[in-house]
Write a protein that binds this ligand. Structure first.
Ligand code: ZN
Length: 279
């Protein structure tokens, strides 16, 4: 599986644009599963020259757009500049036709803590993997090994739920112990209970390895502090209030959500600067 993150400038008909597109096309091998995603600065519309140029390259590489899979309750836009009054769907995910059926969901993420005028797109893919793929992973040496944390908060719990269902369903329960008398002395039964316990723990570990993100300790936002913990929910709360009020373009809610977002943005900048000074 190859993931290619792209940024396309606004299409101007330049030869550089075509050269870069050709370079992208050359990097996609036949029968390869590829995801191309990013800020493409075009809407997928046949009247858009940027799109027609790209779709020529993408089609010949067997890559299709996932815009039609976006789940949305409100605006289907990824670029939103309220000051300029502009909104459009210009960030996209394209995938190889052979994995389009693995795409479970595509969502545009909108949140009070998003400080950009672009909204990120998230995609859930359900890929079948080798059961013993862990055995094929080269083991890192102790010098390279970094402590890893399970990040349940960054993982798809539904994927874990499905993986744990699959793994647990492979375990055969020792039915004979159901009939055990109180304080059953049979050592074979005690062994079976222990084995049953080990199997369950192992199955849950395999399920977690398949679906839960593990990242090095402190690799996420090491500058984060308690003050930001206070600002972030505030910004999310007031953004939610503003959204539920139908995104008013003026008035008290509009100003509160703008102010909370600005305070959060400023707080994050200050925390990052302080962190950099310490390094
Ligand atoms: Zn027994």
């Amino acid at each position: 599986m190859k993931i290619i993150n792209v940024y396309f400038p606004c299409y101007s008909g330049s030869s550089e644009y075509k050269i870069e597109l050709g370079f992208l096309g050359n990097n996609i091998l036949p029968d390869e599963s590829v995801i191309v995603l990013g800020d493409m600065n075009f809407e997928c519309d046949n009247n858009n020259a940027g799109f027609t140029q790209c779709s020529e390259v993408f089609s010949s590489a067997g890559i299709v757009c996932c815009d039609h899979l976006v789940r949305t309750n409100s605006e289907c836009v990824t670029y939103c500049n309220t000051s300029l009054g502009q909104a459009s769907l210009i960030d996209h995910i394209f995938v190889s036709r052979c994995i389009i059926d693995c795409v479970m969901n595509v969502d545009i993420l909108d949140s009070g803590v998003n400080l950009s005028d672009h909204r990120p797109i998230a995609m859930d893919l359900l890929l079948r993997m080798s059961k013993h793929r862990g055995d094929q992973t080269p083991k890192s040496t102790s010098a390279q090994a970094k402590p890893l944390n399970w990040r349940w908060d960054k993982s798809d719990l539904c994927m874990y739920y499905e993986a744990s269902r699959e793994e647990l369903s492979n375990i055969t329960a020792p039915c004979e112990i159901v009939q055990c008398a109180y304080k059953c002395p049979k050592s074979m039964h005690l062994c079976n209970i222990n084995q049953y316990y080990e199997d369950i723990v192992q199955a849950l570990l395999v399920a977690a390895n398949r679906s839960v993100v593990r990242i090095p300790t402190n690799s996420l936002k090491p500058y984060w502090n308690d003050y930001l913990d206070y600002l972030k929910p505030d910004s999310i709360f007031w953004y939610g209030m503003w959204l539920s009020a139908g995104r008013p373009a003026s008035g008290t809610l509009f100003h509160i959500q703008r102010m909370c977002k600005a305070k959060c943005k400023h707080g994050i900048r200050q925390a990052m600067l302080q962190h950099e000074r310490k390094i």
